[in-house]
Design a protein around this ligand. Sequence first.
Ligand code: PMP
Length: 427
Amino acid sequence: RMAARAPGALEARVPEPKAALGRSEVIDDLAMVRRAGEALQIDNPYFRAHEGIAGATTVIDGRTYDNFVSYNYLGLNGDPRVNQAAKDAIDRYGTSVSASRIVSGERLIHRELERALADVYEAEDCVTMVSGHATNVTVIGHLVDRNDLVVHDALSHNSIVQGALMSGARRVVFPHNDLAELDRMLAQIRSTAERALIVVEGHYSMDGDVPDLPRLIEIANRHRAHLMVDEAHSLGVLGPRGLGIAEHWRVDPREVDVWMGTLSKTLSGCGGYIAGPAALIDYLKCSAPGFVYSVGLPPPIAAAALESLSILLAEPERVAKLQVNSQAFLAALKGHGLDTGASIGSAIVPVMTGSSIVAARVADVLFGEGVNVQPIIYPAVPENGARLRFFLSNLHDRQQTDRVAAVVASCIAFSRETAIDLASLAS
Ligand code: PMP
């Protein structure tokens, strides 16, 4: 039997409801985007499940779409040779290495992959980690500290920003690809720090443009700054053989202090890598938290990446085809009078829409027409930088890119005619 209680005692013990976890401004933003989507009757374009390999086409809910949303730049994800390499690695090593590399997770396949990646950059050594994002965070966070300076491009990937924040170094941002401004900033602040690290991307994933690497190297050397280049979207994409931004500019890759890249795009796996001098790689392997305290790459992923890399090197015609497709698509869009921003026509082509609502609306209409492209809307980009972003691959063909460019143009023209309606719906 329950003991008699003083009136009100139970109520007194019921705690206040807990405030929802998460950042309230993000929760508010998400709710706003959802409300706008509902008001405009736009289907949620996120988390759509693809039913197979996403190449030039993909299947969603049983329907086949022209596909422009995947990083499968050279069509290597799902290549039978890549799949076989992953299966063989499972048979030999299992699906996990079951430990951090430094203790008992080291496998021959790791070193084979790292040797092959180091060769791409003519570097002494290379180290791989289980996530591209975590590679930037842990490596930048571990290379510099509060006495130092990290200077990065305004359009840098979130992982670069997070790494810079974690390092505790002073973080300074220069306007996108504005190297005169970078030079001016360094002249002003370089002497305030012990070391300076400039971080850029070899190929920007929102705009499809590239930095002037020879000039960056000259600026970095003149200011005694280290230069780190993120090649996530460059490997397999830039340069005649797809070796990246150094090959694109025909510069010696050893002029860059730290090369970073991901296994999740052209190399059809997941994970990140750093290539550079042996002393740098040794330091990271022995002390970078995201490497030392994290499991080694799963063998099937390492094998898939290694096989993808050897196909990339052996079949440069894939790179050429990707570049032809990208140029043709860019020219077709421009021919329809569309704004493709700063894209150089190398795998990543945005179509600027001027507002998030138009981007979301046009992407929704295109989906109905059988074209799968992602709208990039505020807050991922500034509101007036909203866009559709197209990823090309060697698997697309001219007929497809011409047809899709025409459909995009007519959907955008239609959305302009109905712009007043859209604006009133959103308010
Ligand atoms: N760097 C850049 C420039 C990226 O675009 C990305 C992801 N798209 C990453 C790093 C993180 O790579 P991952 O997705 O392989 O973790």
